[in-house]
Design a protein around this ligand. Structure first.
Ligand code: ADE
Length: 208
């Protein structure tokens, strides 16, 4: 059975962390003109930061993680490339977490080459110092030991994927009691959505 440490993050924590992150940006004196939200993880933090900082212009870059054949490390790519003129603007690129750092490195390089801003800085709610190749200019929480953070905008997707992993490892997911036991044993936390509701949703999606 897989052993993956999973931490469930609440909506209230997201608001608190985003406000805490905003304070750090304010204290630094950086005046943000445009926020670039890395989709999808940076979307909700970006919107909260925009409100707190008084930023009207929020745009987005969709970063996808391509798993190459015979490669364990997915390659980050901009899925829908475009150009826009941000000359004279102070830009803040926002994501939920710096884990490998690949999304931020890619988005920063892409924005520099295609958007022509005055300055680019980066911000995340969390940074995993053990694994990241890039530390953002601003972050709120430093994580020492790697874990999967289940953010509230991702509960359904994450729980479904975690159930699929259990299924692939041989757990009989038709036996709800066995599934619940295996879930807690493998991931070290309780699912934020009842597993029988998750199974119903997997059936609706034709994934069961
Ligand atoms: N996205 C990339 N790494 C992550 C992690 N460790 N937790 C949640 N989302 C992530």
């Amino acid at each position: 059975m897989p052993k993956i440490p999973v931490r469930v993050v609440s909506w209230q924590e997201i608001v608190d962390w985003s406000y805490g992150l905003a304070e750090r940006i304010i204290d630094s004196g950086y005046r943000v003109d445009v926020i670039i939200a890395i989709a999808r993880g940076g979307l909700v933090p970006s919107r909260i930061l925009a409100d707190r900082l008084g930023v009207v212009d929020v745009i987005s870059l969709k970063v996808e993680h391509w798993v190459q054949t015979a490669s364990r490390n997915p390659e980050a790519r901009i899925k829908y490339p475009y150009s826009v003129d941000l000359s004279g603007k102070n830009v803040l690129i926002v994501d939920d977490i710096a884990d490998t750092g690949d999304s931020l490195i890619l988005a920063k390089d892409y924005a520099k080459r295609n958007f022509n801003p005055k300055e680019i800085r980066t911000a995340t709610l969390q940074v995993i110092t053990q694994t990241t190749k890039y530390v953002p200019d601003y972050y709120y929480l430093e994580v020492k030991d790697w874990a999967w953070f289940m953010y509230p905008w991702n509960y359904w997707e994450d729980v479904i994927n975690l159930v699929k992993k259990l299924k692939d490892s041989g757990v009989n997911i038709k036996n709800l009691e066995e599934l619940k036991r295996a879930y807690v044993d493998s991931y070290g936390s309780h699912p934020p959505i009842d597993l029988n509701i998750i199974i119903d949703e997997m059936k609706r999606r034709g994934e069961f």
